[in-house]
Design a protein around this ligand. Sequence first.
Ligand code: PXP
Length: 244
Amino acid sequence: MTKLGVNIDHVAAVRQMRRENFPSLVEAAAICEKNGADSITVHLREDRRHIQDKDVYDLKDSINTNFNLEMAASGEMVNIALDVRPDFVCIVPEKRQELTTEGGLDVKSQKGKLLSVVDRLKNAGIVVSMFIDADVEQVLASSDIGADVVEFHTGQYAKIFRENGINSIEFKEEMNFFFEASQEAIRKGLLVNAGHGLDYDNIEQFCKVSGINEFNIGFSIIAKSIFTGLEMAVKNMKELIGGN
Ligand code: PXP
């Protein structure tokens, strides 16, 4: 059965708008866990626009499921991860000006640097994931450097779903990238996660890609929770992926 990881960055984004100490990330994580989340994700960005260093330590102490830290492959972030020891680290590309993570990590062109990052994290007992586009070459490069997991960036999938529709050629082509890349990853012994832009409308079609270990979903769940409460928002998403 495919698992649900909930990204709670946007709870911190609301808090940081007023530099207050609420809404509480620890409370948000606990509500997600109570209502079916299999893991909790935060992205500690270089500019600290939402998640702060203290959040990472507080969550490490409070999360009962699995704690997934998203981060750039920088020396600063690796040192924090080695100190905090989350269950999982997902290496993501990061640009200061972007609104959110745009596109997957180019593992193929920076294998040397990423190999040493993966090594250091794995030696500390952390399961390491690469956030990549659904591209067979990037899957093979991730396998070469010893990653345990690949997380496929589904941002383009979400865009095509919205703009072209599921009967378009573009949509079929996009799905084929996921079918091929996930099969290759599974052949290589990697776990396959997916996330970015997944929501209550587009998740069902994506579930046609078999073998997905976990979806990591943030924005749509936190946005829905404004109207339904976080409990219902998590429960509803869990139901939508539940049959897989
Ligand atoms: N996975 C990764 C690696 C991400 O960077 C993000 C966005 O922070 C997500 C999943 C979740 O994306 P969204 O907030 O659009 O659901």
